[in-house]
Design a binder for this molecule. Structure first.
Ligand SMILES: [Zn+2]
Length: 330
């Protein structure tokens, strides 16, 4: 993962300042989609508090004993809690409280970080609430959540909410490439998912990879008005689609493919999802021309509406094949 000081540059700068001025709030709720660095930010702020050799900006060094113990989760004054199984149980919060009652283990200040805070059981949430209401000594809390709407409003009202911005497509591509996904695949997945974790999971799905290859073949047949495109629907697309989510994703990939055809036509190659097909897309775009690409995009978006009203998916794809071949053939 990219360093948090780059991933969330504004927030790290902001929090370093707060720590420096000793203006940190008692409790924060850090929200944002997966991959935005909620945990990394909470850990980094903890380091900014304890680090022994901060720089002028107040950024932690990452190498001193305090920084290392915090990142390795072995610092006695920084306690992290995560779900055990499906939930965060009341015993975990009780443990936290007992840890905190042993005051001044290393320093006066203590920090706790609760991951997936929405997974607290009601008992755990109530126990935490009491703790948040009666802070004993210098305590800073960081609650992390992708689904803050599932957290008790009484807890939220005790916290200052900080929303971490979703990653840009470019950032997701970079993260995926860092995780050993090939650049071509990373680009498609980042455009398709808009969420790092989801994109990473899909990058390991071989069935999906094959489906994308097959869709590309089908697209090329359709462009030429080749009737084998109808056979492809039956043997190369339908068998890979088990549920509505997968069907929807296929249409999404198709829309991306046509969008890329259009971007290529307008010489905006930098924004392509299908970077790996650039030379072929250039041929295609030059051959069909702008107006027909726009029409094709309209046709594929219409299929999406049909899926929403539960028309049989094979019918949708066959109609799509027919309409697109006509559109490209004309
Ligand atoms: Zn340090």
């Amino acid at each position: 993962m990219e360093a948090i000081t780059q991933l969330q540059a504004n927030l790290t700068q902001h929090f370093a300042k707060l720590v420096k001025q000793d203006h940190l709030a008692h409790a924060y709720l850090l929200t944002g989609p997966s991959g935005t660095g909620k945990k990394e930010l909470a850990v980094w702020i903890s380091q900014a508090i304890y680090c022994r050799q901060k720089d002028e900006q107040g950024y932690p060094c990452q190498t001193c004993i305090e920084c290392r113990r915090i990142s390795e989760n072995s610092h006695p004054d920084v306690v992290r809690i995560a779900p055990e199984g499906q939930s965060i149980k009341v015993d975990q919060i009780r443990f936290l409280k007992s840890e905190f009652s042993k005051s001044g283990l290393e320093s006066l200040r203590k920090i706790f970080i609760i991951e997936d805070a929405e997974k607290m059981t009601t008992g755990a949430a109530n126990s935490l609430l009491k703790f948040l209401e009666e802070p004993s000594g210098l305590v800073n809390a960081f609650l992390l959540s992708e689904s803050p709407q599932l957290i008790l409003p009484t807890i939220i009202s005790r916290c200052q909410t900080v929303e971490l911005a979703a990653l840009s497509t470019k950032q997701i591509v970079k993260e995926l490439v860092d995780a050993q996904v090939t650049p071509g695949k990373a680009s498609l997945l980042a455009h398709l998912c808009g969420d790092y974790e989801q994109a990473l999971a899909l990058s390991q799905d071989q069935k999906f990879e094959k489906l994308v290859e097959n869709l590309w073949e089908w697209y090329n047949l359709t462009l030429r008005g080749d009737l084998r495109a109808f056979v492809d629907v039956q043997v190369k697309l339908m068998p890979y689609l088990e549920n509505k989510a997968e069907q929807e994703r296929l249409l999404q990939v198709l829309v991306l493919l046509i969008r890329d055809t259009m971007l290529t036509y307008y010489q905006r190659q930098d924004e392509l999802a299908f970077k790996m097909y650039l030379p072929q897309l250039q041929d295609i775009a030059a051959h069909i021309g702008g107006p027909r690409i726009v029409k094709a995009l309209e046709i594929s978006l219409k299929s999406w509406q049909k899926l929403a009203v539960n028309v049989n998916f094979q019918n949708i794809l066959e109609e799509l094949t027919l309409n697109l071949s006509e559109c490209f053939g004309r």
